[in-house]
Write a protein that binds this ligand. Structure first.
Ligand code: FAD
Length: 402
């Protein structure tokens, strides 16, 4: 194969980039190590920022989310049985759209293929070379069509877009002496759950509790995501179903009218379809470009799920990267490409900063050695958030991605 841009990874970053290049008449091939069915059913994110929805709409990529996406404009914090509702949509004048990531991915794949695009599924990329030359080469494993024996294929390209996530091969192909990344490990874990149960409220819940954070995020009318703060060393087997539902009920309980915290919560247990421990950390690769390799999405940065920014940031990287490729191929001007890292990093850091701020609001981090101090701080933050004013407005605009 020979193409102009080889895109490694058929996640949100790779697919948005490929569609934008295709629309501009730039040749590209997408490779993914997984099957199409696998990537189209991999449930992860669910909240799309306002500006990302507008971008997808402008480009004609929003048919599915316009039909099935649900608008969200309020979120709720819970502390000691009290409910603090933040109408962030009214404050910012726009809404989130809840549309599961696997639907976004599936819609983009369908559109790209319908428009004549090539995605090589079940093609794990095993080597990338020629990053400093005129011609980069992607080596991938595949199966012979006739006898299914293993074969190695090569894709030659002008540029490679590494959109293959944090554990992919693209970031690992940058020479160590040219690679730089900055990490924050928060020392906490989240037990991430998906359950076949309707959400107990129509909005996101962030419950701050002495036993740790608990969260509820609607996904579809039948499926809800829950999170429970836990130790990052916990195993899934430490969390049997009974313990999960007990902790969710306890941490998310609200005061009923007579002041009893056992709660008027509507939470009902349902079948758990995903249960995994996430180590809460953020990592920013400060080398988003090396030679003719450009990293986008989780390949370049991972961000804790707090604030629901990862998929949005991945799509925003690809929007910029596509523009830079288009300027290069149409006008022969490589300035935007050469400024990719320097242009994207400030935006990435602003998003990380918001997520870090929010993480400190919903967890009692013991960094200063005093849990009481950090607990008082987060209470003060919550009070300010629920007041009306610039503080709350800034939160609303950042949260919804205005
Ligand atoms: P990915 O979606 O990871 O796609 C990378 C692709 O590359 C994959 O398809 C993979 O198979 C392929 N690949 C990897 N290695 C190779 C290889 N060697 N060869 C070929 N292909 C390869 N974000 C939000 O915005 N909002 C949320 O609410 C949210 N919630 C989340 C909840 C959870 C539990 C998790 C885990 C994440 C969440 N995120 C959220 C983050 C979001 O899912 C990611 O940021 C997003 O998937 C990044 O997209 P991407 O295209 O960069 O990478």
């Amino acid at each position: 194969f020979r193409t102009q841009v080889g895109v490694v990874g058929a996640g949100p970053a790779g697919l948005v980039l490929a569609l934008l290049l295709q629309q501009a008449g730039i040749a590209c091939i997408v490779l993914d190590r997984q099957t199409r069915e696998y990537v189209e059913t991999r449930a992860r994110a669910g909240f799309l920022e306002h500006r990302i929805v507008e971008f997808l709409r402008r480009n004609g990529f929003s048919k599915g989310l316009d039909l099935r996406g649900v608008q969200h404009t309020t979120c709720e914090f819970r502390l000691e049985g009290r409910q603090y509702i933040v109408p962030y949509g009214d404050m910012a004048g726009c809404a989130h759209t809840v549309y599961p990531q696997q639907f976004v991915v599936s819609d983009l794949i369908e559109l790209f293929i319908a428009r004549g695009g090539t995605i090589l599924f079940s093609h794990p990329v095993v080597k990338i070379e020629g990053l400093e030359d005129d011609k980069a080469v992607i080596h991938c494993h595949a199966q012979n069509n006739i006898d299914h024996s293993p074969v190695v294929k090569q894709v030659e390209c002008d540029f490679i877009a590494g959109c293959d996530g944090f554990h992919g091969i693209a970031r690992a192909s940058i020479p160590p002496d040219r690679f730089s990344a900055v990490t924050r490990q928060y020392g906490i874990g989240w037990l991430a759950l998906l359950a076949e149960v309707p959400s107990s409220t129509e909005r996101v819940i962030y419950a701050l509790h002495e036993s740790g954070f608990a969260g509820q995020m609607p996904r579809t009318p039948q499926v809800t995501r829950f999170y429970l703060e836990c130790s990052p060393q916990d195993k899934e087997s430490d969390w049997p179903e009974e313990r999960i539902w007990h902790e969710l009920r306890k941490r998310m309980a609200v005061n009923s009218n007579d002041g009893d915290r056992s709660g008027n919560d509507e939470l009902v247990p349902g079948k758990l379809i995903e249960r995994r421990v996430l180590d809460m950390r953020s990592v920013v690769t400060e080398t988003m470009q090396y030679g003719n390799l450009f990293l986008a999405g989780d390949a370049a940065h991972i961000i804790t799920p707090v604030g629901a920014k990862g998929m949005n940031l991945a799509i925003a990287d690809s929007e910029f990267l596509a523009e830079a490729f288009i300027t290069y191929y149409r006008e022969g001007d490589g300035t935007h490409l050469s400024k990719y890292t320097e242009t994207r990093l400030p935006h990435v850091w602003q998003t990380i900063e918001f997520s870090d701020w929010m993480l400190r609001l919903i967890h009692n981090l013991d960094e200063s050695g005093s849990r009481t101090f950090s607990d008082r701080l987060r209470r003060a933050r919550l009070e300010r958030l629920c007041g009306q004013g610039d503080y709350a407005n800034t939160f609303a605009a950042n949260y919804v991605g205005k």
